[in-house]
Design a binder for this molecule. Structure first.
Ligand code: SF4
Length: 297
């Protein structure tokens, strides 16, 4: 169990793995496509034992089994805490899931959108993400008072230079409160790694560069490596610009009391640290990523 000894911290795990098999994801490889669930009562007991108000479910996909998740949400509701977790898009497709999640104190879901290109999603074996549904799903999640943190990946084979501006436009129109951008990275053992290796597109086997934020480790198809890296940096900077923050957060009041300060913190961090801050955050993550916990949603 992953929590502090004094039980004042707020991280716990209800499930491990994910039943899906996205081409780029290390989670399904690392867990050999197993999706394991702890008994609901046991998780609820641990959840209730935390003294703190805010809990993070450190699950790869809290929506991996919707029926299990609903039982869990019912069991933790009496504890009146706030929580967040990562979830596949299935979370936003199920009203009962969202209702029970909101009642149990869910304040934000990290949603694996990955791309606004349906062709990229299809090629990545993520056909269950339907881009046409993105606006509706995000709006629905917001209607339950739950903020959305989007997981976005740049560098799919269908991505051209315009992908950065198009994605930013979408995130702003949809009112997405937070986003984590990653450079597509073929983690060893994933189907993506095997495919790019077959195609002769892997550029380095220096695993320290497989951090999804500071290096492009494969040959992109429709743009240069430099364009991919620069577009990724610009996307991070624009997303947390004042104009974008105002546009996004004016779309929904979900979690405004804490998403606004958080967005402003990123804004000032960009001003003071710029790319150096992004680089450092990549360094901080690289160890974890090489161990296999890749961009998981
Ligand atoms: S990207 Fe997300 S939905 Fe896909 S396999 Fe990984 S954790 Fe599951």
């Amino acid at each position: 169990m992953f929590h502090r000894k004094d039980n004042s911290g707020g991280i716990l795990i209800a499930t491990r793995g994910c039943p899906n098999k996205c081409e780029f994801c290390a989670v399904s490889v690392m867990y050999k496509n197993c999706f394991k669930k702890r008994p609901v009562e046991e998780v609820a007991r641990e959840y209730g034992s935390f003294k703190g108000k805010v809990i993070i479910f450190w699950d790869e996909n809290i929506a991996g089994d919707l029926a299990y998740a609903k039982e869990l949400f019912k069991a933790i509701t009496p504890h009146k805490k706030w929580w967040s977790s990562q979830a596949s898009i299935h979370a936003g497709q199920d009203d009962e899931f969202l209702e029970l999640a909101a009642k149990s104190g869910c304040k934000q879901l990290f949603l694996g959108l990955e791309s606004i290109s349906q062709r990229s999603l299809n090629k990545a074996n993520k056909t269950f993400n339907r881009v046409d549904d993105y606006y509706r799903i995000i709006e629905k999640i917001h209607s339950y008072g739950i903020a959305v943190q989007a997981g976005v990946v740049f560098g799919f084979d269908e991505d051209e230079q315009g992908v950065f501006i198009e994605t930013l436009g979408f995130l702003e129109e949809a009112g997405v409160q937070n986003a984590t951008f990653n450079i597509l990275t073929p983690y060893p053992g994933t189907p993506l790694f095997e495919r790019l290796k077959r195609e002769g597109r892997i550029l380095t086997y220096d695993w320290s560069k497989y951090n999804a934020r500071t290096d492009v480790v494969f040959e992109p198809k429709r743009m240069s490596r430099e364009e991919l890296l620069e577009g990724f940096i610009r996307a991070n900077q624009r997303f947390y610009s004042l104009g974008s923050i105002a546009k996004r957060l004016s779309r929904s009041a979900a979690g405004l009391w804490w998403t606004l300060p958080l967005n402003l913190a990123y804004y000032f961090s960009n001003i003071f640290y710029g790319y150096e801050g992004l680089r450092r955050s990549g360094e901080g993550k690289s160890g974890v990523l090489v161990e296999g916990v890749g961009p998981d949603h």
